[in-house]
Design a protein around this ligand. Structure first.
Ligand SMILES: Nc1ncnc2c1ncn2[C@@H]1O[C@H](COP(=O)(O)OP(=O)(O)OP(=O)(O)O)[C@@H](O)[C@H]1O
Length: 357
């Protein structure tokens, strides 16, 4: 192989496109290293499908440029958003994703839990913080109700492990019925404690299940924690949509990038005849996306197994990642991961690093 071939190969690899962002590897500052017998590409998201595709594309380029016998390795390094050294307990967390909703009961917690599991399914180290102080449901959803976070020094809490991720929730610390009747300052104080006193391990993503609504607590939380992407969950009907619009506005106010909207309980597909029924109305999520300029990332069906899986402590993605509804969560997770990767490039304006050894 000649020097020219090697250089042309590196340029061609840099020109390959990440399909969910539409950007090239060079634009996304992927690191591409070529030695005599190996090429290693470090991308910013875990998307298994994309990494497999990329391996195939690189194999073809290796053949096209006559590079001979070359080992191809694709690694992932999620961009590190949390540059603030003072946040000791979050110092090992690379990126925080807030899952919010303008109103309660739209499926925010079920979506947050399945999103966290879907990110982990592709290989990421993931934590889930249940900040839904008024109705902490993560312990039940992850099947760890009654667990107690370990605290060797009596000060910080170690999160609880479940289904390959780690989580913490006010539900571990207090009776969730009591939390439901707390007044603002008490709820806010408990939330602060949960945020400040959880010692998160090395994580690629920390998913936060936010309290529903757009009041002071939500705003304070959004400002206190360095969120890299917010996801707003809604159902298709008008009332939920106007609340979701307020959710998007809230994040805009505090300069947190909203990566997208999820329309949950979007339709019901009859198990017997396959007829699709839009129980809560149609195309509301599209309308919201158009009005706010935020993309609609997923339409999730109203499906009994989502509820029964979550109620039995084994959310759909953990129960069976291959079933259609789990695949929807996995696709959603890949879009969120791609947003975090591309957003970081926009934020830091990194220059591409291409090394030839
Ligand atoms: N797409 C869906 N299909 C069927 N059931 C769902 C779906 N999404 C969520 N659920 C179920 O609906 C109920 C409410 O969902 P969830 O607790 O996630 O809502 P939430 O928005 O977090 O509510 P809250 O704001 O009160 O905490 C749960 O039993 C959950 O399992």
């Amino acid at each position: 192989m000649t020097i020219d071939n090697r250089s042309a190969f590196l340029v061609a690899v840099g020109d390959l496109v990440e399909p969910l962002t539409g950007s090239t590897l060079s634009q996304l500052s992927a690191q591409i290293e070529l030695s005599n017998n190996a090429v290693t590409i470090t991308v910013g998201s875990f998307n298994k499908e994309f990494k497999d595709q990329l391996t195939g594309q690189v194999e073809r380029l290796v053949a096209q440029y006559g590079l001979g016998d070359i080992a191809i390795t694709i690694l992932t390094r999620v961009p590190d958003y949390l540059v603030d050294e003072s946040r000791e307990n979050l110092s090992k967390v690379k990126s925080i994703i807030a899952v919010a909703s303008g109103k309660g009961g739209v499926g925010k917690s079920a979506t947050a839990a399945n999103l966290a599991l879907a990110l982990a399914h592709d290989g990421a180290a993931v934590g889930l913080l249940d900040a839904d102080i008024y109705g902490p449901s993560v312990p039940i959803m992850l099947g760890v109700e009654g667990a107690t976070p370990a605290s060797p020094d009596g000060k910080v809490m170690a999160p609880v492990a479940a289904h390959g991720i780690v989580c913490n929730s006010l539900g571990f610390i207090i009776d969730s019925d009591k939390a439901a009747v707390w007044r603002g300052p008490m709820a806010s104080g408990a939330l602060q404690q949960l945020i400040n006193d959880t010692q998160w391990p090395e994580l690629d993503y920390l998913v936060i299940d936010m309290p529903p609504g757009t009041g002071d607590i939500q705003l304070t939380l959004a400002q206190k924690v360095p969120v890299s992407a917010a996801l707003v969950i809604t159902t298709p009907q008008n009332l939920a949509l106007s609340d979701a619009r307020r959710g998007v506005d809230m994040f805009n106010q505090v300069n947190i990038p909203v990566c997208g909207v999820v329309e949950n309980m979007s339709f019901y597909s009859c198990e017997q005849c396959g007829h699709i029924n839009h129980i809560f109305g149609k195309e509301g999520g599209d309308l919201l996306a158009k009005e706010t300029g935020v993309p609609l990332l997923a339409r999730l069906p109203l499906e009994p197994s989502i509820r029964s899986d979550a109620d039995s402590g084994n959310p759909s993605v953990a129960a069976d990642p291959s079933k259609p509804v789990s695949q929807l969560y996995i696709e959603l997770a890949r879009k969120v991961g791609a947003f975090v990767w591309s957003r970081h490039q926009a934020a830091t304006d990194n220059v591409p690093i291409i090394e030839i050894q």
